[in-house]
Design a protein around this ligand. Structure first.
Ligand SMILES: [Zn+2]
Length: 118
């Protein structure tokens, strides 16, 4: 990967990171307001609790993507971005174009997916 490409990926990742951070803050604000507003109506409360679960699930999703991004940026800085973190082989550039936060080669990611199922 050429230096200019690395910069492009880095910019892409940082832009995505900014977007996700904004989203994270919005979710946190929503959650905070939900905790503040205690509705006397029981049914309303049940709905709110459901919303809260959705928000918390979203929060975890965004947080894990943010972690992936900061890991990818670190790997760019260490010049290990193109290498699989598991076996050290090169990650195909088509794969990185499709998933800029990929840190495993295809073989290792398939193995990881399999071990997650079990
Ligand atoms: Zn690998």
């Amino acid at each position: 990967m050429k230096n200019t490409d690395t910069n492009k990926v880095r910019n892409l990742l940082l832009k995505r990171e900014q977007l996700l951070t904004d989203r994270l803050n919005r979710i946190k604000t929503d959650l905070y307001h939900q905790k503040q507003a205690v509705d006397p109506d029981f049914e309303e409360q049940a709905i709110e609790r459901e919303n809260e679960e959705v928000l918390i699930a979203l929060l975890h999703e965004v947080e894990s993507e943010l972690a992936d991004i900061s890991f990818a940026v670190k790997r760019l800085e260490n010049n290990t971005y193109l290498l699989c973190k598991c076996c050290g082989d090169a990650i195909p550039s088509q794969r990185l174009e499709a998933i800029p936060t990929a840190s495993l080669c295809i073989d290792c990611s398939e193995r990881a997916a399999l071990s997650q199922v079990w």
